[in-house]
Structure formats: structure tokens, C-alpha cells
Design a protein around this ligand. Structure first.
Ligand code: GLC
Length: 485
């Protein structure tokens, strides 16, 4: 049987480059697919060769070419490596990618236009004409757009189907209309595809041109029909509703495994949750908080931005601090929140520890050492932290939105794997936290809950199956069409 050929294109993928959720998913979903469907799928990944990708010792140089980008001809080197039986390609161009940060440059539009153009341009060179190209977020949105415009009807490209996955619809790749011709080489009717509300909107263009639109949870796939969640794109979502799917992300359960994780103080499993206490004790000591196992520790690891629910936290935390509780907060983001938490730490130094920054080592200490994990997002396409914390037996408290709603069910009435609330009010958040603290007081009930939480399967197993089915049926449509011709 011929293997299904899928090219997974993303602006980041762990372990090579990961700045957020997209990198985690791009690093773990293809791996899960390749493992589960060894003989059925050949999934390859293509990434920009960023300066931050330092270990290139296993990379093989496979050629160079020059990619046309409107009036430019840009150097494109191609490297290749294999990891976990998956082939990774890297697009090299130092002018675009030899920079200390992946995003946030004045010419991001041009950098990712080049990347997208190069991907399609080099397919014959790498001798991989896929059945499906799976693009992710605005940075690779031009891939389905170019496939539908520049490559329309071309031999070899004609049969390639495309998928765009939205990891967060808030980030759309919006640029000045004036660069449509000069950078993207899209004119007239083609320009219309990426034009939206007087600007260029790359995500909109890919929603219009891809064969399937997927997003990272079922609830989010429904929420984005509403502009409150869709950030202006609801009408495009509604128009393309026939091709929208929602598949919940999983996590790499090998990478996040309390049984053999070397970054935590003491390994443990659902069968030895008492050992989690040692992690708690060390976390409290690292954070300069009293080492008391009877005081519940609430962890927060997040970007400190509004949509992660920080206004709700800010308006309710002092009320919660009246209880017997400790908070350990890790993250960075809006200056206002950073300052607020710093101020709070000074006023409640024996109850709160705040570290401003991203620190994956300290994050692991929180995941393993806290009792509860707070994630009251206003919107959350999927969310990964609630799954990681669950894996480490740290019980999530979440707002019922997007992937949080799909992954965490309230345990107050018996069954469930966390605590949830729906209303976007400080009262609702407080009430959910207090419910959690109540259960914590009863040691037996608490241990039962921690065990249940740890045993929930957040691996990619189920979702990889859904992706595989989606890929297969999309590729089959192709075969059927050919038969009909
Ligand atoms: C984005 C979303 C997050 C999701 C991640 C991976 O970062 O904000 O909810 O988990 O992408 O899909």
C-alpha cells in the first residue's frame, strides 16, 4: 500500500524551536502519527533554519536554489535531518532567519512569505510531492494561498490538498494592503483573497483557499462562529463552515512523565502520589514560602495577558488569599500584570511567590510540586498547561472555554478531573477555587481526585486517529475525483 504523504509546515516545532503551543503541537503530533501509523503515513516537517537552532551536527545539506518572491530572487539552502523516524527539512536564508527572535521583526510578512514560497518551490528538489500539505497559523497561511493561485493546475501540484490549522485566531497576519504586490506577488483577483477590511489578512486568505480548516478543540471550532472569539473573522468562518473541524490537541506523554522526569525533585506515579509531597516541599522552599504540606499550593504558568484571564485573577486573588493557601506564579507579559504581582508578593510574602520570565525548569517544579493549577482563560483554543499539570497530578481549575472545557470536567459532584466555572466573573472564579480548597481538606477525597486526574489519557492517541482519518478522507476525495474524470 502506498503511504499517505503529508508535509507538515509550521513556523516552529519542538525540539528544534518552540516558543509556545504551536511548537509543542508541531513537535508532538507528527511524532504520534508516525509512531501509530508507521506503515501508512510518511509525514515530514519543514521549518525555517533559525539562528536559535544551534545543534546542526546531524543536518545534511541537500542543495540550494533561488526562490522568486515578487521582484526578488532569494537564496534558499535546504538541509535535512531525521528524528524519531521523521524527516525534517530546514529552509536556510541567513538574511531572513539569522536573527535572535523568531517573530516580531519589521519584515515578518516578507520573511514568512519567503518561507511559504520556498516550501512549494523546493518540492521537486526534495522529491516529495505530498498528498496533503498541513499549514499552521498565519505564518504558513500563504502555502494554501499560493497553492490555489500560483500553483493552480500545475503538474505535480494539481492534486495536493491543503489544511490550515488555527491555533489561535487572534493572530491573523495583518499587514498594509500596499505590500500585496511588492511582497506577496498577489495582484488583482488574487489580492482579493488576502484582502479583508481594508488590509491584508493572511489567515483569512488561507481560510478561503484551504480544503479543510481545523482548529485545536471542538468547542473552539464552534466559538469562532462568534466575533467575540473570532476577532473579526466570524463572517469568513461562517462562510466556510462546511470545511471546519475541531480536534483536541494532545501532549507528548513521554516528555511529560512524572515517573522518569529528571527535572523534578522526586519521581512518582498515580500509584505513589505521596511522593509528590517531596516535590511540593522543595517547590515551597525554592519559592521561599513556608514548607507546609497542609497548605494548598496553587500554581499559575502563563503569559501574563488579558485573554489568559488575568483581570479575573487580579479581581479575586485577595479574596482567595484570605484562605489557607499559597500561590506560585511564573510568566511574563503585560507590564501592568507584572507590576501588580510584584506588589502583591511584597504584601503577602509568605503566601505568594512570583517569578517574571519563562523558565522551563521552574515550570516543571510547579507542575510537579503544586496541588492546584489555575487557568481561568477568557478564551483558550486548546491549552496545553492544564493537560501537563494533570499528568503531574496537579489538579486544574479552569474556565469553561475552548479546549479547557473539552479537557476538564468539574469534580464537585463526584466524577470529574478538575474544577471549572463558566461565568467571567471574579465571584465565579473564587467560588471554583473555594470548592477545590474544600476538597483538598479531605485527604482521602483529595488523593482519589489526584489519582483520577493523573490517569486521564491526554496523549495524542485518540486525536492522532482523528487526524489520520481527516488526512485519509481528504486524500481519498482526490482519488474519487480522478476516477470521475
Ligand atoms: C495556541 C493557543 C493554545 C493552544 C496552542 C496549541 O498557543 O493559544 O490554546 O493550546 O496554540 O494549539
Amino acid at each position: 500500500m502506498n503511504k499517505l504523504k503529508v508535509l507538515y509546515v509550521a513556523s516552529e516545532a519542538a525540539p528544534f524551536m518552540a516558543t509556545g503551543g504551536l511548537g509543542e503541537v508541531a513537535g508532538s503530533l507528527p511524532k504520534a502519527l508516525a509512531e501509530k501509523y508507521k506503515n501508512k503515513i510518511d509525514i515530514r516537517i519543514i521549518l525555517p533554519l533559525y539562528q536559535g537552532i544551534v545543534d546542526r551536527s546531524e543536518f545534511e545539506f541537500i542543495g540550494k536554489t533561488s526562490v522568486p518572491l515578487a521582484w526578488r530572487q532569494q537564496y534558499c539552502g535546504i538541509y535535512k535531518t531525521t528524528l524519531n523516524d521523521i524527516t525534517y527539512y530546514f529552509i536556510d536564508n541567513e538574511y531572513y532567519f539569522k536573527r535572535s527572535e523568531c517573530y516580531g521583526h519589521f519584515d515578518d510578512a516578507e520573511r514568512f512569505a519567503f518561507f511559504s514560497k520556498a516550501i512549494l518551490y523546493i518540492l521537486p528538489m526534495i522529491k516529495f510531492m505530498p498528498n496533503i500539505i498541513h499549514a499552521n497559523d498565519w505564518q504558513t497561511s500563504l502555502v494554501p494561498i499560493y497553492l490555489a493561485t500560483k500553483y493552480f493546475g500545475y503538474e505535480g501540484y494539481r492534486d495536493i490538498k491543503s489544511i490550515i490549522t488555527i491555533h489561535n485566531i487572534e493572530y491573523q497576519g495583518v499587514f498594509d494592503l500596499a505590500i500585496s504586490e511588492d511582497v506577496f506577488d498577489l495582484h488583482g483577483k488574487e489580492k482579493g483573497i488576502i484582502e479583508f477590511k481594508g488590509a491584508i489578512n493572511l489567515l483569512k486568505g488561507s481560510l478561503e483557499t484551504a480544503d479543510i480548516i481545523s482548529t485545536v478543540s471542538e468547542s473552539y471550532s464552534k466559538e469562532i462562529y462568534d466575533d467575540y472569539y473570532a476577532h473579526g473573522l466570524a463572517e469568513i468562518i461562517q462562510k466556510n463552515s462546511y470545511k471546519i473541524r475541531g480536534i483536541l490537541n494532545g501532549i507528548d506523554t513521554e516528555k511529560y512523565n512524572p515517573e522518569d522526569d529528571e527535572e523534578i525533585f522526586e519521581n512518582y506515579s498515580a500509584e505513589s502520589i505521596q511522593k509528590k509531597n517531596l516535590n511540593k516541599k522543595n517547590l515551597q522552599s525554592l519559592s521561599g514560602l513556608p514548607q507546609d504540606k497542609d497548605v494548598p499550593v496553587i500554581g499559575i504558568i502563563s503569559r501574563l495577558v488579558k485573554h489568559k484571564g488575568f483581570d479575573l485573577i487580579q479581581s479575586s486573588i485577595e479574596e482567595i488569599l484570605k484562605e489557607k493557601v499559597q500561590f506560585i506564579i511564573l510568566g511574563k507579559g503585560d507590564r501592568g500584570y507584572e507590576l501588580y504581582f510584584k506588589y502583591l508578593q511584597e504584601s503577602y510574602h509568605d503566601k505568594i511567590f512570583v517569578r517574571i520570565g519563562f523558565d522551563s525548569d521552574f515550570a516543571k517544579k510547579i507542575y510537579s510540586g503544586a496541588d492546584l493549577f489555575l487557568m481561568p482563560s477568557i478564551s483558550e483554543p486548546c491549552g496545553i498547561a492544564q493537560m501537563i499539570s494533570s499528568r503531574y497530578g496537579t489538579v486544574p481549575i479552569v474556565r469553561e472555554t475552548g479546549g479547557l472545557k473539552d479537557s476538564i470536567k468539574d469534580a464537585s459532584l463526584g466524577k470529574g478531573n478538575g474544577f471549572t466555572f463558566s461565568e467571567q466573573t471574579p465571584q465565579a472564579l473564587c467560588e471554583a477555587v473555594k470548592r477545590a480548597l474544600k476538597v483538598f481538606e479531605n485527604k482521602e477525597d483529595w488523593e482519589k481526585l489526584v489519582e483520577t486526574v493523573m490517569k486521564v489519557d491526554f496523549s495524542w492517541r485518540k486525536s492522532a486517529e482523528k487526524y489520520f482519518d481527516m488526512y485519509s478522507s481528504l486524500a481519498n476525495i482526490e482519488e474519487n475525483n480522478n476516477e470521475g474524470l
